[in-house]
Write a new protein. Structure first.
Length: 72
């Protein structure tokens, strides 16, 4: 068994493109929500074999794929 303890201590940084940021901001502004139910947003970054997918999820459960597929 190898010791990979140092491999897991490095932070991962994900940067959204301008297009992804604009798409996410537009969706957030247009998302019909109750102020108390939708105070939290989660940004998820999924690494695939050909690129990185960006998903924004509201606390109410609604999610939006704002990935810039043109950048793949």
């Amino acid at each position: 068994m190898s010791n990979n303890s140092t491999a897991n201590t490095q932070p991962q940084v994900f940067i959204m493109s301008v297009a992804e940021t604009e798409r996410a901001r537009y969706w957030i502004a247009q998302h019909p929500h109750d102020e108390t139910a939708c105070r939290e947003l989660t940004y998820s970054f999924t690494i695939t074999g050909i690129g990185r997918q960006v998903t924004v999820r509201c606390a109410c459960g609604t999610k939006f794929d704002c990935t810039d597929y043109n950048a793949w």
